[in-house]
Design a protein around this ligand. Structure first.
Ligand code: ACO
Length: 335
């Protein structure tokens, strides 16, 4: 009998505080024209000072996803949480979510795959379900990134790109319902030679003394990136992922109803779309409103795509992601 991991619901939450490109140009030497032309971003959401961390955003998205699925927190038998911005250095944020939601003493694990958090997460959930270790899974992707950005001209190449937000999904084991819906395939990759091309080094155990006043002074506590190198790698790996998943499932790009790519740069997604020979309506983008919300990006897109009627039951969906690590991957899903 065919066992499938079927998505029951997807929901998202973003903080209310909108930060436009013009707002950022009050803080640093940048402009709406530069940011729009180079990235497609018009605004992003930042948490305010009352935010108690990533688990708070994750909890809000998770409660919406649970309600939509008609589940209560006690039904969940596995939490998978993806983030690069945990509440604490340790423990992971999955256990905080478990406690906040009032789940049973079920396993809660964290995924550190940055912008690939959702695609890695769906692959992990699929594995747990197919090996019969879980039946009702809550996958939550959340990020609070704004507090670690250098919001001065020194950090402008990174600061204009990122935002805060959360997405959550409920995923259930379904046996032989004949619908063929669910996660059909996943492809993942990584290349640690790119680890320091896009990273935040501090706080970290690789640095003697862990963290010093000078590190703070010299801005070594903020994320940094070689943007051009990341850009080139992103386009290559996203196309490789799409090609692999299409080929091994005997599909052409036209047979995909909707591609949901990570939102790092609209130009990256446009390059991937044109290489695949697809019209604009086949690729979902919302980077204009939220910037790059790292792991939270793809579930936020899914949630909006469902609400806008662009993602419907039975559709064939392809997710594609690339991010720090480098990590990359995708999932083929019958929605
Ligand atoms: N405002 C104005 N000027 C800026 C800004 C800014 N915010 N940032 C950089 N500039 C300047 C630079 O200083 C440079 O000036 P110079 O020519 O005088 O030296 C000029 O603009 C051009 O900078 P580039 O870095 O060459 O700009 P580019 O066209 O490469 O765009 C960008 C930069 C948007 C960062 C792009 O490289 C990119 O999107 N890279 C990929 C990002 C990505 O995919 N990230 C992966 C996911 S993130 C994750 O996993 C956590």
């Amino acid at each position: 009998m065919e066992l499938r991991a079927q998505i029951r619901s997807v929901a998202h939450y973003v903080p209310e505080r909108r930060v436009t490109n013009d707002d950022l140009s009050q803080l640093m030497d940048t402009s709406d024209a530069w940011i729009t032309e180079r990235t497609g971003i018009k605004e992003r959401r930042f948490v305010d000072t009352t935010c108690a961390g990533t688990s708070e955003l994750g909890e809000r998205a998770a409660r919406l996803a649970l309600a939509q699925a008609g589940w209560n927190a006690q039904d969940v038998d596995l939490i998978v949480m993806a983030t690069l911005s945990p509440d604490l250095y340790f423990p992971g944020v999955g256990v905080m979510l478990q406690q906040k939601l009032g789940c049973r003493t079920i396993p809660a694990l964290d995924i550190r795959a940055q912008c690939s958090g959702l695609v890695y997460g769906l692959s992990v959930v699929d594995g747990y379900i197919k090996s019969r270790q879980a039946k009702k899974v809550l996958l939550v992707c959340a990020e609070v990134q704004s507090p670690v950005l250098d919001l001065t001209t020194r950090g402008r190449d990174m600061a204009v790109l990122f935002g805060d937000g959360a997405g959550a999904m409920t995923i259930e084991a379904v046996e032989g319902d004949g619908s063929h819906r669910g996660i059909l395939d996943s492809f993942l990759g990584s290349d640690g030679s790119g680890a320091e091309v896009l990273c935040m080094k501090l706080p970290g155990t690789a640095t003697p003394g862990f963290i010093s006043a000078d590190d703070i002074q010299q801005s070594r506590v903020h994320p940094s990136m070689d943007g051009k190198l990341v850009f080139k790698n992103a386009v290559t790996r996203l196309l490789e992922t799409a090609g692999t998943l299409l080929k091994r499932n005997n599909l052409t790009p036209e047979q995909i109803d909707l591609i949901i790519p990570h939102q790092a740069n609209l130009r990256i997604n446009e390059m991937v779309r044109t290489q695949l020979g697809l019209p604009p309506e086949k690729v979902f983008n919302n980077i204009q409103k939220y910037g790059n919300t790292t792991a939270a990006t793809i579930p936020i897109c899914m949630s909006e795509a469902v609400a806008e009627g662009r993602l419907k039951r039975g559709d064939l969906v392809l997710t594609l992601a690339f991010g720090a690590g480098f990590t990359w991957g995708g999932n083929l899903i019958r929605w």
